[in-house]
Write a protein that binds this ligand. Structure first.
Ligand code: ADP
Ligand code: ASP
Ligand code: MG
Length: 404
């Protein structure tokens, strides 16, 4: 007997037929004698639809109300999954995030989990029930509903697996693992048998939506080994785990594209100590994630600062910057017709020439580089959004990832 946490994403519970499929899969695992905790997402499209509805009423809806709204997506699927299980004779009980004892801080729309009180779940498992938990949501210490950031059901699953000391954590989605690139874009992308937390973390944070970034961070911190698999077949998936020595033999393990970024240029700000600090303090105080910061060489006492932010946060960024620019001068321009392309691999630590291979491949494909940034295990470039898919294919080919 094992204790297993399974997470089914939006496509996997996208309609009644698919929920029946999920219920049958759960039944088989339960009847094999395992304890099963299941996390489900909202039906695919529902979260987006709810957000769009809110935005049709208000350009920037209050975050608390957004969380109140989008949390209903998962509340629907937990109940439907429990009902589908009951219909085939499996004891099951659904839990909202609050009922499951998932507590968070108060940062609406991207709350952090502060604790999980697994007592009720434990009791139901002892009683032989399958426990179905709503992904993506929690409750703060004042009883307010919070959500964990888009894709946050992955985090619910991994945090639960850690909290209830599960033997296995399986993330079921609509592809059968983590590929060397998004298989919808790069047709000859290869499924990876395994990948390190660090690589998965970079790929996720650089746009590979297959896993939510924070869920991978959490898994690495608590050493939760998990497998990404398909809910539509029984193929083995990709194991995500701590790095082992042989992983460094592969220089680049994956290509990621993020089309949800925007470039912000703050032009002609005072070139003196404290200006950049003031700009980024204002953005940090507004909880905006900034990346790829470049400052040009100052001239005539002024300089330009360029950086990227998530597209969904451009309005917030503009608002946050207004008082600073009043004080230090300068103007803001936004460009959302950009994408970030990245190559990732722990092998970059010990191999050279990665940048030159990437830049040559992109140059040969006629793609201009607007910003470049590197870290120990990744290289990212900002390019025109309409060239992003071509760039992903060119990079994939340049590193021969189809042969991994
Ligand atoms: P779920 O709703 O199950 O959470 P997501 O849509 O969040 O599923 O994630 C799965 C999708 O991630 C796939 O359909 C695929 O298009 C996309 N994806 C992006 N990059 C990768 C990658 N490197 N490997 C696998 N899938 C990827
Ligand atoms: N339903 C949420 C979203 O679409 C959470 C998830 O699917 O993981 O972002
Ligand atoms: Mg997802």
């Amino acid at each position: 007997m094992a204790r297993i946490v399974q997470k089914y994403g939006g496509t996997s519970v996208g309609d009644v037929e698919r929920i029946k499929n999920v219920a049958n899969r759960i039944k088989a695992v339960r009847e094999a004698g395992n304890e099963v905790v299941v996390v489900v997402s909202a039906r695919s499209g529902v979260t987006n639809e709810l957000i769009a509805r809110a935005k049709s009423l208000h350009p920037s809806p209050p975050d608390r109300e957004l969380d109140q709204l989008v949390s209903i997506g998962e509340q629907e699927t937990i109940a439907l999954t429990a009902i589908a299980l009951d219909a085939i004779g499996v004891l099951a009980k659904s839990y909202t995030g609050a009922q499951a004892g998932i507590t968070t801080d108060k940062v609406y729309t991207k709350a952090k989990i502060t604790g999980i009180d697994g007592k009720s779940i434990e009791k139901d498992l002892q009683a032989g029930k399958v426990v179905i938990v709503a992904g993506f949501q929690g409750i703060d210490d004042e009883g307010q509903v919070t959500t964990l950031g888009r894709g946050g059901s992955d985090l619910t699953a991994i945090a639960l697996a850690a909290a209830i000391k599960a033997d296995k954590c399986e993330i079921y989605t609509d592809v059968d693992g983590v590929y060397t690139a998004d298989p919808r874009v790069v047709k000859d992308a290869k499924k990876l048998q395994e990948i390190s937390y660090d690589e998965m973390l970079e790929l996720a944070s650089l746009g590979s939506k297959v896993m939510q970034t924070r869920s991978v961070e959490f898994a690495a911190k608590y050493n939760v080994i998990f497998e990404v698999r398909s809910s539509f077949n029984t193929n083995p998936g990709t194991i995500v785990k701590q790095e082992v020595a042989y992983m460094e033999k592969v220089v680049v393990r994956g290509v990621a594209v993020d089309k949800d970024q925007a470039k912000v240029v703050v032009s002609r700000i005072a070139d003196k100590p404290g200006t950049a600090a003031a700009v980024f303090r204002a953005l940090a105080e507004a909880n905006i994630n900034v990346d790829m910061i470049v400052q040009n060489v100052g001239h005539d006492g002024v300089a330009n600062l360029t950086f990227t932010v998530p597209q969904s946060e451009t309005l917030k960024a503009e608002k946050a910057l207004a008082p600073v620019l009043k004080a230090v001068g300068g103007t803001v321009t936004l460009d959302d017709k950009i994408a970030k392309l990245s190559v990732v691999g722990v092998g970059m630590r010990t191999h050279s020439g990665v940048a030159s291979t990437l830049f040559t491949a992109l140059a040969d494909a006629g793609i201009n580089l607007e910003l470049i940034s590197t870290s120990e295990i990744k290289i990212s470039v900002v390019i025109a959004k309409d060239k992003a898919d071509d760039a992903a294919r060119a990079a994939h080919k340049a590193f021969a990832l189809e042969k991994l």
